[in-house]
Design a protein around this ligand. Structure first.
Ligand code: MLT
Length: 262
């Protein structure tokens, strides 16, 4: 597509739902979600630029607007006009930009373990340090440090397969892309004022044990969106589709069924 080759996975036929992965991951995060989609839905899960099998593109940080524009170009390429969007964490930041750029095409929004606000100065410094470390020493440190933050305690106890899958997913990502996305997130816009404009059925999903975007933050976000429902996925941290796919899909599919036909 265009001057940049973007990779994606897809499954099913019918109305489209776009799945946007978090950081520093790729579209394989949604493998189970694509496989479990209810009849009548076509799931599309890109690797955001620089991640998975997608090309990195020209130099510079990866802005959330850039990722959103890539996703719209992919949907155009696939002949998809209207769609629902499900974004996890960084994918949620991209979903907010999609809403800003193309709300007339969006039938529903699922915001998974994400937040509308920006980074404070301490978080920005942390992003710059992470980017410099990734560039200097590769991403092995992330596979060790980030996994501890992203997964809930029950996942460590009961789902060694999910822990391993996450480690491998992180280790697959090019260090330079990790750095560019971290710097892009540090510069992301504040989407808080957008929340009240999201006038389509919205599902706010969060893992009960998420320490990155805690339940209280999800509650505040759901309160600010006119037509939002909140679902807390038990025994999950920051990555419910990986940690507790059955419970995550139950909530997601319930919401999908509630979306009016365009
Ligand atoms: C993610 O899962 O995408 C990250 O936690 C987002 C972030 O670092 O803000």
């Amino acid at each position: 597509m265009g001057e940049l080759e973007v990779a994606w996975r897809e499954a099913g036929e019918g109305r489209a739902i776009l799945f946007l992965h978090g950081f520093p991951l790729d579209g394989s995060l949604w493998k189970d979600s694509l496989g479990a989609l209810p009849d009548g839905w076509r799931g599309i899960a890109p690797d955001l630029r620089g991640f998975g099998d997608s090309e990195p593109g020209e130099n510079g940080l990866y802005s959330m607007d850039r990722f959103a524009a890539d996703a719209l170009a992919l949907l155009d390429h696939l002949g998809v006009d209207r769609f629902a969007v499900c974004g996890l964490s960084m994918g949620g930041y991209v979903a907010f930009r999609l809403w800003s750029l193309a709300r007339e095409r969006i039938d529903g929004v699922a915001l998974v373990d994400t937040r509308p606000g920006t980074d404070d100065e301490e978080a920005r410094v942390g992003r710059r340090t992470l980017a410099a470390r990734a560039r200097g020493e590769g991403t092995a440190f992330l596979a060790d440090e980030l996994v501890q933050k992203l997964l809930g305690p029950a996942t460590f106890r009961e789902r060694p397969d999910a822990v391993q899958r996450l480690r491998e997913m992180i280790l697959r990502q090019p260090a330079e892309s990790v750095a560019r996305a971290a710097l892009g997130m540090a510069r992301r816009r504040d989407s808080t004022a957008l929340l009240v404009t999201i006038q389509v059925p919205t599902l706010v999903l969060v893992g009960s044990d998420d320490i990155v975007t805690p339940v209280e933050e999800a509650e505040r976000m759901a309160d600010a969106i006119p037509d939002a429902a909140l679902a807390v996925v038990p025994a999950a941290g920051h990555l419910p589709p990986l940690e507790r796919p059955e419970e995550f899909h139950e909530a997601l599919h319930h919401w999908l069924r509630s979306l009016r036909a365009p």
